[in-house]
Design a protein around this ligand. Structure first.
Ligand code: COA
Length: 327
């Protein structure tokens, strides 16, 4: 698979983690610069998978050095493209890394779209600005959804908000027993929602449980913070009707990985209260800002975040492909 004179694209499973270290370090710098995100925990996890030779994907090789990679993970009949990154060539500049990334993506898409067991492919390349790889996904038949990376600067000190006892609701910090009721809430809150097209885990309780386990147990999006994360419980039924989940993504930044409210309890200020509660706890932990991501089509949530002082600092694309049944 030769590309131009000196770049080769090879199966990622041939490479030990140490060979990718310079690429992951360069990528870590960009995560820090662009998103204030400490990429080292994710990089360590990735390196374990690389050393186990378990990660499906491709590496770009130039002058016997690995200069880029792309990988995916499988969840039943779905493949999720986790990341693509190439180090810019010092002589040729940023355009060179873009074309290597496109080549890597093209190889992975060809592999996935020609694997009959793969029914669905999802991708959210958070680091890459919206539009940067859209053409390659669109050409392969993907639907693109623009997403916003929003940031609120914490100005603390704040007081933790309370919930009125007369509301019939109770507010408390997250505990692991909340996993199952939280999964039921997510499936209900995202019914017919644009985010359920982007991430099909939101469409069922089982899928939402998977999403939650990844965030809470496996540090799938930063280091989960049970102190920041809270649930609102309906006293009569003991069901969770609102929740916010937070993780630390760097010493300066907290990240909201989930906020949702049951349809029966909307427009009563619960999400606003949960956001200021998370802001309070992130401030107590020493963070100076909070980030979150939101789909451009989710106008209500964007209104809420803007009203709370979040600003859009970056945009990126979510891409989704579904295999059509053959006639
Ligand atoms: C977005 C969501 C969390 C808002 O929860 P909520 O408890 O109803 O929000 P609040 O009552 O605290 O609303 C606060 C403000 O947000 C904005 N807002 C919330 N829902 C809105 C709607 N349906 N239409 C317009 N503005 C809305 C308003 O500015 C509102 O202030 P106001 O009621 O004083 O006008 C909720 O609709 C939800 O769970 N949606 C599905 C999941 C989701 O999209 N989560 C966010 C993913 S990034």
């Amino acid at each position: 698979m030769a590309l131009g004179a000196s770049i080769e694209i090879l199966d990622l499973r041939h490479f030990a983690a140490t060979l990718l270290r310079p690429v992951l370090d360069a990528e870590g710098e960009l995560w820090k610069q662009r998103l204030h995100w400490d990429y080292r925990t994710s990089a360590r996890l990735l390196m374990q998978y690389l050393d186990n030779h378990m990660l499906p994907g491709y590496a770009a090789i130039e002058d016997e050095q690995v200069t880029g990679y792309v990988f995916c993970v499988y969840e039943d009949s779905k493949a999720v493209i986790g990341d693509v990154f190439a180090v810019p060539n010092q002589l040729e500049g940023a355009d060179s890394s873009h074309s290597v990334e496109e080549t890597l993506l093209r190889h992975l898409l060809e592999l996935l779209l020609n694997s009959p067991q793969v029914e669905r492919v999802e991708s959210q390349l958070l680091l890459h600005p919206s539009g940067s790889h859209a053409a390659i996904f669109q050409a392969a038949g993907f639907q693109i959804y623009r997403r916003l990376f929003m940031v609120q600067t914490l100005t603390g000190p704040l007081k933790p908000p309370q919930i009125s006892p007369a509301s019939g609701l109770e507010l408390r910090a997250w505990s692991d027993e909340d996993l199952a009721p939280a999964a039921r809430l997510i499936a209900e809150a995202y019914r017919g929602h644009p985010d359920s097209y982007i991430n099909d885990q939101y469409r069922s309780v089982h899928g939402s449980m998977r999403f939650l386990n990844n965030i809470v147990r496996y540090a799938g999006c930063g280091a989960f913070s049970p102190q920041v994360s809270h649930v609102v419980v309906e006293r009569s039924s003991r069901e969770v009707v609102g929740l916010i989940l937070g993780s630390r993504v760097s010493p300066q930044s907290g990240h909201i990985t989930q906020v949702c409210v049951h349809p029966n309890y909307r427009r009563r200020g619960l999400a606003r209260m949960l956001l200021s509660l998370a802001a309070y706890w992130f401030t107590r932990q020493g963070a100076t800002e909070i980030s979150l991501t939101v789909t451009e089509a989710n106008a209500e949530a964007i209104d809420l975040y803007l009203a709370e002082g979040y600003l859009c600092k970056h945009t990126f694309d979510a891409a989704v492909w579904r295999r059509r049944a053959m006639a």
